[in-house]
Design a protein around this ligand. Structure first.
Ligand code: PLP
Length: 400
């Protein structure tokens, strides 16, 4: 009997996962993986935060049974996640003009949002930045949307192509969903300034475009509240919007799949209708979210001393990344390199579009065992006091 899978084609390998496999197989003791998308501490380990450990100890003590969660998740988690985005005192919370559902990471938030959007805007296009996190294109396409891109990065200045961005946003038809990285743009590390965001918001409003803010690195840029400034700016302008947020990085809980989808609506009654539809999307996909990660985050967010501990640890991660950015630039310069890398200091979040070419990235890998994405994206959070001299020296060698 012939197999029903006989004509199934092999899907292309995820380029970043492929890179990780190559890295694992590399036997050089000095190898460094800058292709990753996670935060490592100065010892090169994924941290288990103290705040999380303490929350876990409390949950263990309580030994709660593992019943199903509500379809939209743990109420304390959702309230905590939303307060981080909008600010605890936001009228959008008091007036029930916003709602949040617990999701399977930021990816789950994007997918639940995309599936719901498909129902209410079936003819819309989705616009993502050029470049963007690779899964944006894949995920919105898989949800059935045509995906286009808007100008974002200027390779010549290593900065934002602000005029290009505005021009491409202005050219989008009304009703287009625009995915925006609210802080710490992945992969470039280049964010608009607050003044530029104001202009972007005006263009979105004038063009009747639908903002979908993706915030996966809140707290890694300038601070927890500072990094939510764009969300709050859009909210203050009375814009309705989608916001996908993730605690994967900020809590170092990658495998727990802790994210949230927050919607800002036109009002109380609208929120009730919208929530009922979001629940339907969730119910028909995975029924309800898992308990453990949500309970950990909810415990931290709703216990003042654990929150303070978490905020301090997040600040520690943010400061370490910033230190690595400064040291990398200085150490490359100290190798007598003419090329200016100072833009790396201005970028924010875990990533840097380093400006290294594909050929230079290949040489880093082949000659030095230093792995980076072909686009030149490096994870600054994978640098540490033990490998930064080696990496700076290797970069200097491949660009000379
Ligand atoms: N959005 C962006 C821009 C990201 O970089 C990531 C993770 O790398 C996500 C969303 C998804 O995060 P999560 O791992 O919580 O699904």
């Amino acid at each position: 009997m012939s197999s029903i899978f006989a004509s199934v084609e092999l899907a292309p390998r995820d380029p970043i996962l492929g890179l990780n496999e190559q890295f694992k197989a590399d036997t050089r003791p000095t190898k460094v993986n800058l292709g990753v998308g996670v935060y490592y501490d100065d010892a090169g380990r994924i941290p288990l935060l103290k705040a999380v450990r303490q929350a876990e100890a409390r949950l263990f003590e309580q030994a709660e049974p593992r019943n199903y969660l509500p379809i939209d998740g743990i109420p304390g988690y959702n309230n905590g996640a939303r307060a981080l985005l909008l600010g605890a005192g936001s009228p959008l919370i008091a007036e029930h003009r916003s709602l949040t559902v617990q999701t399977l990471g930021g990816t789950g938030a994007l997918k639940v949002g995309a599936d719901f959007l498909r129902q209410i805007l079936p003819d819309a296009k989705v616009a993502i930045s050029n470049p963007s996190w690779a899964n944006h294109q894949a995920l919105f396409s898989a949800a059935g949307f045509p995906v286009v891109s808007y100008d974002y990065y200027d390779a010549a200045t290593h900065g934002l192509d602000f005029n290009g961005m505005l021009a491409s946003l202005r050219a989008l038809p009304a009703g287009t969903v625009v995915v925006l990285h609210a802080c710490c743009h992945n992969p470039t590390g280049v964010d608009p300034t607050l003044e530029q965001w104001q202009e972007i918001a005006r263009v979105l409003q004038a063009g009747q475009l639908v903002p979908f803010l993706d915030i996966a690195y809140q707290g890694f840029g300038a601070g927890i509240d500072e990094d939510a400034a764009v969300v709050r700016l859009f909210a203050d302008l009375g814009m309705t919007m989608f916001i996908s947020s993730s605690f994967s990085k900020s809590f170092s809980l990658y495998g727990e799949r802790v994210g949230a989808l927050t919607l800002v609506t036109g009002g109380d009654e609208e929120s009730t209708r919208v929530l009922s539809q979001l629940k339907r999307v969730i119910r028909t996909n995975y029924s309800n979210p898992p308990t453990h990660g949500g309970a950990l985050v909810s415990t931290v967010l709703n216990t003042p001393e654990l929150y303070a501990q978490w905020a301090e640890e997040l600040a520690g991660m943010r400061d370490r990344i910033r230190t690595m950015r400064h040291q990398l630039v200085e150490k490359i310069q100290a190798q007598g390199v003419d090329q200016d890398f100072s833009f790396v200091k201005a970028q924010r979040g875990m990533f840097s579009y380093s400006g290294l070419t594909k050929a230079q990235v290949d040489r880093l890998r082949e000659d030095f065992g230093i792995y980076a994405v072909g686009s030149g994206r490096i994870c600054v959070a994978a640098l540490n006091s033990g490998n930064i001299d080696y990496v700076a020296e290797a970069i200097a060698r491949v660009i000379k």
